[in-house]
Design a protein around this ligand. Structure first.
Ligand code: UT7
Length: 332
Protein backbone atom coordinates (compact mmCIF):
# COMPACT_ATOMS: atom_id res chain seq x y z
CA UNK A 1 0.00 0.00 0.00
CA UNK A 2 1.27 3.47 -0.88
CA UNK A 3 2.47 5.45 2.16
CA UNK A 4 0.62 8.68 2.80
CA UNK A 5 2.71 11.80 2.53
CA UNK A 6 1.25 13.32 5.70
CA UNK A 7 -0.87 12.45 8.69
CA UNK A 8 -4.25 14.22 8.81
CA UNK A 9 -4.85 15.94 12.15
CA UNK A 10 -7.68 17.98 13.67
CA UNK A 11 -6.25 21.45 14.42
CA UNK A 12 -9.42 23.41 15.28
CA UNK A 13 -12.97 22.72 16.44
CA UNK A 14 -16.28 24.60 16.72
CA UNK A 15 -19.93 23.97 17.54
CA UNK A 16 -23.37 25.50 17.51
CA UNK A 17 -26.65 24.48 19.11
CA UNK A 18 -29.76 26.69 19.04
CA UNK A 19 -31.13 28.16 22.28
CA UNK A 20 -34.66 26.78 22.18
CA UNK A 21 -35.04 23.61 24.30
CA UNK A 22 -37.65 20.86 24.10
CA UNK A 23 -37.36 19.01 27.41
CA UNK A 24 -39.16 15.80 28.37
CA UNK A 25 -41.84 17.81 30.20
CA UNK A 26 -42.68 19.51 26.87
CA UNK A 27 -43.33 16.09 25.26
CA UNK A 28 -45.40 15.05 28.30
CA UNK A 29 -47.59 18.08 27.56
CA UNK A 30 -48.20 17.21 23.87
CA UNK A 31 -48.05 13.38 23.77
CA UNK A 32 -48.83 10.21 25.68
CA UNK A 33 -45.30 9.79 27.08
CA UNK A 34 -43.37 10.46 30.26
CA UNK A 35 -39.96 11.59 31.48
CA UNK A 36 -39.21 8.26 33.13
CA UNK A 37 -39.88 6.23 29.92
CA UNK A 38 -37.76 8.57 27.80
CA UNK A 39 -34.80 8.64 30.20
CA UNK A 40 -34.77 4.90 30.91
CA UNK A 41 -35.20 3.87 27.23
CA UNK A 42 -32.96 6.53 25.61
CA UNK A 43 -30.99 8.59 28.17
CA UNK A 44 -32.32 11.83 26.64
CA UNK A 45 -33.49 14.78 28.78
CA UNK A 46 -33.40 17.73 26.35
CA UNK A 47 -32.95 18.55 22.65
CA UNK A 48 -32.20 21.88 20.93
CA UNK A 49 -34.58 23.21 18.25
CA UNK A 50 -33.79 25.75 15.52
CA UNK A 51 -36.90 27.93 15.25
CA UNK A 52 -35.84 30.07 12.29
CA UNK A 53 -33.24 29.30 9.65
CA UNK A 54 -31.90 26.07 8.18
CA UNK A 55 -29.04 23.58 8.32
CA UNK A 56 -26.67 26.02 6.58
CA UNK A 57 -27.21 28.41 9.53
CA UNK A 58 -26.36 25.70 12.05
CA UNK A 59 -23.28 24.72 10.01
CA UNK A 60 -22.12 28.31 9.42
CA UNK A 61 -22.43 29.17 13.10
CA UNK A 62 -20.35 26.10 14.01
CA UNK A 63 -17.73 27.09 11.40
CA UNK A 64 -17.65 30.70 12.63
CA UNK A 65 -17.19 29.45 16.22
CA UNK A 66 -14.18 27.39 15.00
CA UNK A 67 -12.79 30.34 13.03
CA UNK A 68 -13.06 32.67 16.04
CA UNK A 69 -11.79 30.20 18.65
CA UNK A 70 -8.67 29.22 16.66
CA UNK A 71 -8.06 32.46 14.73
CA UNK A 72 -8.45 30.77 11.32
CA UNK A 73 -8.52 32.89 8.14
CA UNK A 74 -11.63 31.69 6.22
CA UNK A 75 -9.92 32.57 2.94
CA UNK A 76 -7.31 29.88 3.62
CA UNK A 77 -9.93 27.09 3.73
CA UNK A 78 -9.51 24.85 0.65
CA UNK A 79 -12.50 22.49 0.91
CA UNK A 80 -15.81 22.39 2.83
CA UNK A 81 -17.57 19.04 3.32
CA UNK A 82 -20.99 19.06 4.98
CA UNK A 83 -22.39 15.80 6.31
CA UNK A 84 -26.16 16.15 6.52
CA UNK A 85 -29.50 14.46 5.74
CA UNK A 86 -31.35 17.75 6.09
CA UNK A 87 -29.78 20.01 3.44
CA UNK A 88 -31.41 23.44 3.04
CA UNK A 89 -32.54 22.30 -0.42
CA UNK A 90 -31.90 19.26 -2.65
CA UNK A 91 -29.59 21.59 -4.53
CA UNK A 92 -27.47 23.62 -4.44
CA UNK A 93 -25.36 21.82 -1.88
CA UNK A 94 -25.43 23.23 1.65
CA UNK A 95 -21.63 23.49 1.35
CA UNK A 96 -22.12 26.28 -1.23
CA UNK A 97 -24.40 28.20 1.13
CA UNK A 98 -21.93 27.80 4.00
CA UNK A 99 -19.01 28.83 1.78
CA UNK A 100 -20.74 32.16 1.13
CA UNK A 101 -21.92 32.68 4.73
CA UNK A 102 -18.44 32.23 6.26
CA UNK A 103 -16.50 34.04 3.51
CA UNK A 104 -14.40 31.03 2.48
CA UNK A 105 -13.74 32.69 -0.86
CA UNK A 106 -11.23 30.16 -2.22
CA UNK A 107 -12.96 26.94 -1.13
CA UNK A 108 -14.80 24.29 -3.11
CA UNK A 109 -17.05 21.81 -1.42
CA UNK A 110 -19.93 19.35 -1.40
CA UNK A 111 -22.49 17.60 0.80
CA UNK A 112 -22.25 14.00 1.92
CA UNK A 113 -25.31 11.91 2.79
CA UNK A 114 -24.67 9.02 5.17
CA UNK A 115 -27.07 9.84 8.02
CA UNK A 116 -25.65 9.08 11.44
CA UNK A 117 -22.34 7.87 9.95
CA UNK A 118 -22.11 11.06 7.86
CA UNK A 119 -19.52 12.84 9.98
CA UNK A 120 -17.14 9.87 10.00
CA UNK A 121 -17.52 9.29 6.25
CA UNK A 122 -16.90 13.02 5.59
CA UNK A 123 -13.96 13.00 7.99
CA UNK A 124 -12.47 10.08 6.06
CA UNK A 125 -12.71 11.95 2.74
CA UNK A 126 -11.36 15.13 4.34
CA UNK A 127 -8.37 13.23 5.74
CA UNK A 128 -7.63 11.63 2.35
CA UNK A 129 -7.50 15.06 0.69
CA UNK A 130 -4.97 16.19 3.29
CA UNK A 131 -2.87 13.00 3.61
CA UNK A 132 -2.17 13.03 -0.11
CA UNK A 133 -0.69 16.51 0.15
CA UNK A 134 -3.34 17.93 -2.19
CA UNK A 135 -4.91 20.32 0.33
CA UNK A 136 -3.87 22.06 3.55
CA UNK A 137 -7.14 23.07 5.19
CA UNK A 138 -10.30 20.97 4.92
CA UNK A 139 -13.36 21.97 6.95
CA UNK A 140 -15.64 19.03 7.84
CA UNK A 141 -19.01 19.87 9.39
CA UNK A 142 -21.73 17.57 10.71
CA UNK A 143 -25.01 19.51 10.70
CA UNK A 144 -28.66 18.52 10.88
CA UNK A 145 -31.93 20.31 11.48
CA UNK A 146 -33.76 17.10 12.39
CA UNK A 147 -36.81 19.09 13.56
CA UNK A 148 -37.51 19.84 9.86
CA UNK A 149 -38.27 16.15 9.12
CA UNK A 150 -39.80 15.01 12.41
CA UNK A 151 -43.48 14.27 12.96
CA UNK A 152 -44.19 15.77 16.39
CA UNK A 153 -47.30 13.60 16.74
CA UNK A 154 -45.23 10.38 16.52
CA UNK A 155 -43.98 9.51 20.02
CA UNK A 156 -41.77 6.72 18.64
CA UNK A 157 -39.45 9.17 16.90
CA UNK A 158 -39.99 12.79 17.97
CA UNK A 159 -38.53 12.37 21.44
CA UNK A 160 -35.23 11.13 19.98
CA UNK A 161 -33.95 13.91 17.73
CA UNK A 162 -32.60 17.47 17.99
CA UNK A 163 -30.83 20.14 15.93
CA UNK A 164 -27.13 21.03 16.03
CA UNK A 165 -23.84 21.35 14.17
CA UNK A 166 -20.17 20.90 14.83
CA UNK A 167 -17.04 21.50 12.76
CA UNK A 168 -13.45 20.32 12.64
CA UNK A 169 -10.54 21.64 10.59
CA UNK A 170 -8.19 19.01 9.15
CA UNK A 171 -4.58 19.89 8.31
CA UNK A 172 -1.45 17.91 7.36
CA UNK A 173 1.23 16.97 9.90
CA UNK A 174 4.62 15.35 9.39
CA UNK A 175 4.23 13.67 12.78
CA UNK A 176 2.49 10.41 11.93
CA UNK A 177 2.02 9.39 15.56
CA UNK A 178 -0.95 11.79 15.74
CA UNK A 179 -4.10 12.19 13.63
CA UNK A 180 -5.99 9.54 11.68
CA UNK A 181 -4.51 6.08 12.24
CA UNK A 182 -7.06 3.55 10.93
CA UNK A 183 -10.74 3.01 10.10
CA UNK A 184 -13.46 0.55 9.10
CA UNK A 185 -16.39 1.90 7.06
CA UNK A 186 -19.38 0.07 5.60
CA UNK A 187 -22.86 0.21 4.11
CA UNK A 188 -25.63 -2.37 3.75
CA UNK A 189 -28.59 -1.28 1.64
CA UNK A 190 -30.74 -4.13 2.90
CA UNK A 191 -31.46 -1.82 5.85
CA UNK A 192 -32.99 0.84 3.63
CA UNK A 193 -36.55 0.39 4.90
CA UNK A 194 -35.71 0.46 8.61
CA UNK A 195 -34.89 4.18 8.77
CA UNK A 196 -35.71 6.58 5.97
CA UNK A 197 -37.59 9.60 4.65
CA UNK A 198 -39.57 8.21 1.75
CA UNK A 199 -40.89 11.35 0.05
CA UNK A 200 -39.33 14.39 -1.55
CA UNK A 201 -36.72 12.63 -3.71
CA UNK A 202 -36.96 11.36 -7.30
CA UNK A 203 -38.84 8.20 -6.24
CA UNK A 204 -41.73 10.11 -4.66
CA UNK A 205 -41.53 13.78 -5.66
CA UNK A 206 -43.76 15.99 -3.49
CA UNK A 207 -47.49 15.79 -4.26
CA UNK A 208 -50.57 16.43 -2.14
CA UNK A 209 -50.74 12.67 -1.62
CA UNK A 210 -47.15 12.36 -0.37
CA UNK A 211 -47.87 15.14 2.11
CA UNK A 212 -51.17 13.54 3.23
CA UNK A 213 -49.34 10.22 3.65
CA UNK A 214 -46.69 11.90 5.86
CA UNK A 215 -43.90 10.75 3.53
CA UNK A 216 -41.78 13.83 4.27
CA UNK A 217 -41.16 12.76 7.85
CA UNK A 218 -38.48 10.45 9.20
CA UNK A 219 -39.71 6.88 9.66
CA UNK A 220 -37.90 4.40 11.91
CA UNK A 221 -38.46 0.78 12.91
CA UNK A 222 -36.80 1.45 16.26
CA UNK A 223 -36.53 -2.18 17.39
CA UNK A 224 -34.95 -3.34 14.11
CA UNK A 225 -32.41 -0.51 14.10
CA UNK A 226 -31.66 -0.98 17.79
CA UNK A 227 -30.65 -4.62 17.31
CA UNK A 228 -28.31 -4.03 14.37
CA UNK A 229 -26.91 -0.81 15.86
CA UNK A 230 -25.84 -2.55 19.08
CA UNK A 231 -24.14 -5.32 17.16
CA UNK A 232 -22.80 -3.06 14.41
CA UNK A 233 -21.22 -0.42 16.59
CA UNK A 234 -19.88 -2.83 19.18
CA UNK A 235 -18.46 -5.41 16.77
CA UNK A 236 -16.84 -2.94 14.40
CA UNK A 237 -15.25 -0.92 17.22
CA UNK A 238 -13.91 -4.10 18.78
CA UNK A 239 -12.58 -5.26 15.39
CA UNK A 240 -10.76 -1.94 14.95
CA UNK A 241 -9.16 -2.30 18.39
CA UNK A 242 -8.04 -5.85 17.57
CA UNK A 243 -6.66 -4.78 14.20
CA UNK A 244 -4.50 -2.18 15.93
CA UNK A 245 -3.46 -4.40 18.88
CA UNK A 246 -5.22 -2.08 21.30
CA UNK A 247 -6.44 -3.04 24.74
CA UNK A 248 -9.05 -1.13 26.75
CA UNK A 249 -6.22 0.56 28.68
CA UNK A 250 -4.87 2.07 25.44
CA UNK A 251 -8.17 3.79 24.63
CA UNK A 252 -8.60 7.24 26.23
CA UNK A 253 -12.17 7.63 24.96
CA UNK A 254 -14.83 5.91 22.90
CA UNK A 255 -16.68 8.67 21.01
CA UNK A 256 -19.96 7.02 20.03
CA UNK A 257 -22.81 8.33 17.90
CA UNK A 258 -25.44 9.54 20.37
CA UNK A 259 -28.65 7.72 19.37
CA UNK A 260 -29.49 5.82 22.54
CA UNK A 261 -27.61 5.50 25.84
CA UNK A 262 -28.32 1.76 25.89
CA UNK A 263 -26.55 1.31 22.52
CA UNK A 264 -23.62 3.42 23.78
CA UNK A 265 -23.32 1.34 26.98
CA UNK A 266 -23.46 -1.95 25.05
CA UNK A 267 -20.66 -0.78 22.73
CA UNK A 268 -18.49 0.30 25.67
CA UNK A 269 -19.07 -3.03 27.40
CA UNK A 270 -18.02 -5.02 24.32
CA UNK A 271 -14.82 -2.94 24.17
CA UNK A 272 -14.18 -3.50 27.88
CA UNK A 273 -14.31 0.24 28.61
CA UNK A 274 -15.44 1.77 31.90
CA UNK A 275 -18.03 4.59 31.81
CA UNK A 276 -15.44 7.33 32.42
CA UNK A 277 -13.87 6.42 29.05
CA UNK A 278 -17.04 7.05 27.04
CA UNK A 279 -18.02 10.48 25.74
CA UNK A 280 -21.71 11.12 26.37
CA UNK A 281 -23.84 14.26 25.97
CA UNK A 282 -27.04 12.64 24.65
CA UNK A 283 -28.95 13.89 27.73
CA UNK A 284 -28.53 17.52 26.52
CA UNK A 285 -28.97 17.24 22.75
CA UNK A 286 -30.62 13.91 21.83
CA UNK A 287 -29.72 12.52 18.42
CA UNK A 288 -28.44 15.31 16.15
CA UNK A 289 -27.54 12.76 13.40
CA UNK A 290 -24.33 13.99 11.69
CA UNK A 291 -23.44 16.36 14.53
CA UNK A 292 -23.30 14.02 17.53
CA UNK A 293 -19.67 12.85 17.34
CA UNK A 294 -18.01 16.25 16.72
CA UNK A 295 -20.27 17.85 19.39
CA UNK A 296 -18.80 15.38 21.90
CA UNK A 297 -15.24 16.09 20.73
CA UNK A 298 -15.66 19.86 21.05
CA UNK A 299 -17.27 19.74 24.50
CA UNK A 300 -14.72 17.33 25.98
CA UNK A 301 -11.83 19.29 24.41
CA UNK A 302 -13.11 22.62 25.74
CA UNK A 303 -13.69 21.11 29.18
CA UNK A 304 -10.02 20.09 29.25
CA UNK A 305 -10.86 16.37 29.40
CA UNK A 306 -9.50 15.54 25.93
CA UNK A 307 -5.74 15.93 25.70
CA UNK A 308 -3.00 15.76 23.08
CA UNK A 309 -1.89 12.15 22.55
CA UNK A 310 -5.24 10.66 23.63
CA UNK A 311 -6.22 7.60 21.56
CA UNK A 312 -9.86 7.78 20.47
CA UNK A 313 -12.23 5.33 18.80
CA UNK A 314 -15.03 7.23 17.04
CA UNK A 315 -17.98 5.01 16.21
CA UNK A 316 -21.31 5.40 14.40
CA UNK A 317 -24.22 3.40 13.00
CA UNK A 318 -27.27 4.66 11.13
CA UNK A 319 -29.66 4.77 8.21
CA UNK A 320 -28.71 2.89 5.07
CA UNK A 321 -27.50 0.94 6.95
CA UNK A 322 -24.18 2.75 7.30
CA UNK A 323 -21.46 2.30 9.90
CA UNK A 324 -18.01 3.60 10.72
CA UNK A 325 -15.32 3.16 13.31
CA UNK A 326 -12.31 5.45 13.21
CA UNK A 327 -9.11 5.44 15.28
CA UNK A 328 -7.44 8.82 15.78
CA UNK A 329 -4.80 10.24 18.10
CA UNK A 330 -5.79 13.71 19.31
CA UNK A 331 -3.22 16.27 18.18
CA UNK A 332 -3.98 19.59 19.93
O1 UT7 B 1 -29.35 7.32 14.89
C1 UT7 B 1 -29.81 6.39 13.97
C2 UT7 B 1 -29.94 5.06 14.54
N1 UT7 B 1 -31.07 4.99 15.40
C3 UT7 B 1 -31.00 4.29 16.51
O2 UT7 B 1 -29.98 3.77 16.84
C4 UT7 B 1 -32.28 4.13 17.32
C5 UT7 B 1 -32.50 2.70 17.64
N2 UT7 B 1 -33.70 2.40 18.40
C6 UT7 B 1 -33.94 2.86 19.67
O3 UT7 B 1 -33.17 3.65 20.20
C7 UT7 B 1 -35.10 2.28 20.42
O4 UT7 B 1 -35.65 1.20 19.71
C8 UT7 B 1 -36.23 3.31 20.71
C9 UT7 B 1 -35.76 4.30 21.76
C10 UT7 B 1 -36.65 4.01 19.45
C11 UT7 B 1 -37.44 2.57 21.32
O5 UT7 B 1 -37.06 1.85 22.45
P1 UT7 B 1 -37.50 0.33 22.64
O6 UT7 B 1 -37.01 -0.10 23.97
O7 UT7 B 1 -37.01 -0.43 21.43
O8 UT7 B 1 -39.06 0.47 22.69
P2 UT7 B 1 -40.13 -0.24 21.75
O9 UT7 B 1 -40.07 0.34 20.39
O10 UT7 B 1 -39.96 -1.71 21.92
O11 UT7 B 1 -41.45 0.20 22.44
C12 UT7 B 1 -41.81 -0.29 23.72
C13 UT7 B 1 -43.15 0.31 24.08
C14 UT7 B 1 -44.18 0.22 22.97
O12 UT7 B 1 -45.43 -0.04 23.56
P3 UT7 B 1 -46.06 -1.51 23.44
O13 UT7 B 1 -46.21 -1.77 21.98
O14 UT7 B 1 -45.07 -2.41 24.12
O15 UT7 B 1 -47.35 -1.34 24.18
C15 UT7 B 1 -44.21 1.63 22.40
O16 UT7 B 1 -45.47 1.97 21.86
O17 UT7 B 1 -42.99 1.70 24.37
C16 UT7 B 1 -43.94 2.45 23.63
N3 UT7 B 1 -43.38 3.77 23.30
C17 UT7 B 1 -43.45 4.80 24.14
N4 UT7 B 1 -43.99 4.94 25.36
C18 UT7 B 1 -43.90 6.15 25.95
C19 UT7 B 1 -42.71 4.14 22.19
N5 UT7 B 1 -42.36 5.42 22.28
C20 UT7 B 1 -42.80 5.86 23.48
C21 UT7 B 1 -42.73 7.10 24.15
N6 UT7 B 1 -43.29 7.18 25.38
N7 UT7 B 1 -42.13 8.17 23.62
Amino acid sequence: MKENKYSAIITAVGMYVPEKIYDNAYFESILDTNDQWIISRTGIKERRILETGATSDLASNAALDLIKAHDVDPEEIDVIIIATVTPDMLFPATACLVQEKIGAKKAWGFDLSAACSGFLFAFQIGCSLVESGQYNKVLVIGADKMSSIIDYTDRNTCILFGDGASAVLIEPSEDKSVGLQDYILGVDGSGKNALYMKGGGSLYPPTHKTIDDKMHYLYQDGKAVFKVAVKGMADVSYELMQKNNMSAEDVAFLVPHQANLRIINATAERMGLSKDKVMVNIEKYGNTTAATIPLCLVEYYRDGKLKKGDKLILSAFGAGYTWASTYIVWAI
